[in-house]
Design a binder for this molecule. Structure first.
Ligand code: PLP
Length: 397
């Protein structure tokens, strides 16, 4: 008996795997500080929880339209107009079980075997795997810290090929925290306007942008390009609702309709009462969104300063999301307890074993010289974790 062909490319999410390892160690009684997670440490706002409780009491416990409640799709259309300057009709919007699910639907409805999809690297772990699951080939454009981990129009042009079907942009970026300025996006839009590529723009960290920068959607830069853009977003990060599994995408009506058909044959609707809670999140008070962003800036500045003070680690200042992405390649070749660290996975294992600190190896994001350390943790945890990390690195020679 053989598994289906596509499972050859199917690997578990490496970020979730590290989190699972950290949780397992904790269950064994180890004191582990987990910087591997991709979720805010804040609670879901009370008004959102209350809206879900009321929704359950009022009977929102049954199937809804497979593509999401009309009222939620309208709330998303209003949000996209209000916050992003993007006009979409509700039939150009689909609600899915998280942005990851929305991206999966898109890979399935847009990518044929043999198609290439351009992904700037370092990239979020899931993008290349989803393209491969659809039979496509991810084409990675590598970037460096010196380039701000961003591609330019000129670089993008070099990667365009007859087989290119689309590109996945992610600003603010997980794992690098890079944020494209409007001018940088315009430079990419100028190149993309002369193609027929689909542009998937993952804007899930849109509210976590710092230093006076502003998140801009590439879909706003050209009406012609907007016809081929699919905007991805969700409730997980902005409203600390990772467990609720609520994401959405907006784009051309035919693409959204195809996603709807796929969803109606696979998952059906996202959880009914979570959809009602999502309406409250999008239309209710937004103070918690701003409070989270303010807390993240303070933590980012602290973590970056601490990391840069450690011999062998150099950390650029991320301008968005809630991750640092330090370069750790100066640690490769160093030894401790009879073991030599040769790559990012070795460093992560060493830190987990020696310091009880969990982070994600850069290898998972296509950048083995780095590690990803989330600062979605309390200041106390960050202080203790960085003290331990510092001591563990000092033990290397
Ligand atoms: C860049 C990016 N896109 C999408 C997602 C998926 O979010 P969701 O929880 O809505 O599936 C994540 C989660 O880590 C992410 O980092």
């Amino acid at each position: 008996m053989q598994l289906a062909q596509f499972t050859r490319h199917l690997k578990p999410s490496e970020t979730l795997a590290i989190s699972a390892k950290a949780k397992a160690l904790r269950a064994q009684g180890r004191d582990v500080i987990d910087f591997s997670v991709g979720e805010p440490d804040f609670n879901t706002p009370d008004n959102v929880i209350q809206a879900a409780e009321h929704a359950m009491a009022e009977g929102f416990t049954k199937y809804t339209q497979a593509s999401g409640l009309p009222a939620l799709r309208q709330a998303i259309a209003d949000k996209l107009q209000r916050e992003n300057g993007l006009h979409y009709e509700p039939d150009q919007i689909i609600v899915s079980c998280g942005a990851k699910h929305a991206l999966y639907n898109l890979a399935m409805v847009l990518v044929d075997p043999g198609d290439e999809v351009i992904i700037p690297g370092p990239y979020w772990v899931t993008y290349p795997t989803q393209v491969e699951m659809a039979g496509g080939t991810p084409v990675i454009i590598p970037t460096t810290a010196a380039e701000g981990f961003k591609i330019t129009g000129e670089v993008l042009r070099r990667y365009l090929a007859p087989a290119t079907k689309g590109i996945i942009l992610n600003s603010p970026c997980n794992p690098t925290g890079a944020v494209y300025t409007p001018d940088e996006l315009q430079d990419l839009a100028d190149v993309l306007c002369n193609t027929d590529l689909y542009v998937i723009t993952d804007e899930i960290y849109e509210h976590m942008v710092y230093d006076g920068l502003r998140q801009v959607s590439i879909a706003t830069l050209s009406p012609e390009l907007k016809e081929r853009c699919i905007v991805i977003n969700g409730l997980s990060k902005s409203y600390s609702m990772t467990g609720w599994r609520l994401g959405f995408c907006a784009g051309p009506a035919d693409v959204i309709a195809a996603c709807g058909h796929l969803q109606s044959q696979s998952t059906s609707n996202p959880t009914a009462f979570a959809q009602i809670a999502a309406i409250e999140a999008l239309t209710g008070p937004q103070d918690s969104v701003h409070a989270m962003a303010a807390a993240f800036v303070e933590r980012r500045d602290f973590v970056v300063a601490r990391l840069n003070a450690i011999d062998g680690i150099s950390c650029p200042m991320p301008q968005g999301a809630f991750y640092t992405f330090p370069n750790i390649n100066a640690l490769f070749g160093r030894r401790a307890n009879g073991r030599t660290l040769s790559n990012s996975a070795d460093v992560i294992d060493y830190l987990l074993d020696t310091a009880g600190v969990a982070a994600v190896p850069g290898e998972a994001f296509g950048a083995d010289d780095h590690m990803r350390l989330s600062y979605a943790a309390s200041m106390e945890a960050l202080r203790t974790g960085l003290d331990r990390l510092d001591q563990a690195v000092q033990q290397l020679h």
